[in-house]
Design a protein around this ligand. Sequence first.
Ligand SMILES: *Cc1c(COP(=O)(O)O)cnc(C)c1O
Length: 445
Amino acid sequence: MASGTSKGVNQKVNDEARPRSTEIFERGKKTLVGGVDSPVRAFRAVGGTPLVIDHARGTKLYDVDGREYLDYVCSWGALILGHAHPDVVAAVTDQAAKGTSYGMTSPLEIELGEMIVKAVPSVEMVRFVSSGTEAAMSAVRLARAFAGRDMVIKFEGCYHGHSDGFLSEAGSGLATLGIAACPGVPEAFASLTLNSPFNNLDGVEKLFKKHPNKIAAIIVEPVAANMGVVAPAPGFLEGLREITKREGALLIFDEVITGFRMAYGGAQQVYKLVPDLTVMGKIIGGGLPVAAYGGKREIMERVAPLGPVYQAGTLAGNPLAMRAGLAMLPKLQATGFYEDLNRKTLRLADGLRSALRETGVEGVVNGAGSLLTIFFAGNAIRDYTDAKKSDTARFGRFFQEMLRRGVFLPPSQYEALFVSAAHTDAEIDQTIAAARSSLGALSNN
Ligand SMILES: *Cc1c(COP(=O)(O)O)cnc(C)c1O
């Protein structure tokens, strides 16, 4: 937030180049809260007028002023094939003419469900919902019902959507805006969520000792991506699996970001672990609103109509969204898809590290798969406490320098860059060059 108060020269240049964006955003502020429908879009952490988008294609966003940006947000990771992939567009267009919502089951849901069950090792049954928030909230409700316990452990800096129980010490927009606890969440709810530091098994052990037979589940982003990217330390996820087994609690992987990104079978495939429940979102909808939760049959069978755990959705399993998912998932199964995605991301990470070294700007690049974050910090980043030591004002200046050079990074220190299959090596190299000159400009003032 700090950089938002001291208007940098680049912020001014960026704003002045976008008169129409400014005009529309100002108009929007009268009707939409903060001019946005999701807080981080408001650029509070980096200052200046947010992007107001006209259209997008491949790796590029085009704003209402006709400016072009190389996009590393990719709808917060949902667009692993890039914007407006022709096959996804064709599928959605075809489906729209056949009806946009049936309010009844269609074969599309079963088909996409079968693809997910086949892809994700731990998932035997699945329920589609419309947002990651809804999926995480429902998975925790189910875990509580199954375990017959009320408490849940989450990790500081992890984000699981905005349902009541998850809004303490959460990452993503809450980290960006510095909201540690959210007003409107009753203390009685908040007290059922126990926070523990990421990558630290001792903290988890202590909580189980302190609350014997009270903890229903641990929910974790297997690769944390909402405090910036933080990979799990060796043994951390394995430890969570062992502890939950021993304590009769469930292990929930929130794979809303990592699902179909770390590998076709998600982070659980990479780390060879079998969680009890998995939460998915973002990628599975190909850019349309869809999310899901799934897991072991005996647990999922507690959900209504088979069991008493109620959860429903008017637009759940929406045919447009199912068609987008069905068009997208086969592309991810292409030979070498993830190898190529990860190779490009490594190239970017290496390039950014060199640029930091060459310009003498203090920073750390964390990466995992096709996710990465450049932290403006002198320390290694292994948890939320480390991440919060970053110089967010400097990040804001870097963001504006990059924007000026036509590269759109996530507008917060605490978010991941998402590389898509559409990004080319040439674009990666162009990004590294932009970063070198941006960092150079930072070290000079
Ligand atoms: C984005 C995200 C969510 C919430 O998904 P929405 O669709 O925004 O509600 C949940 N968990 C993780 C890990 C996420 O990154």
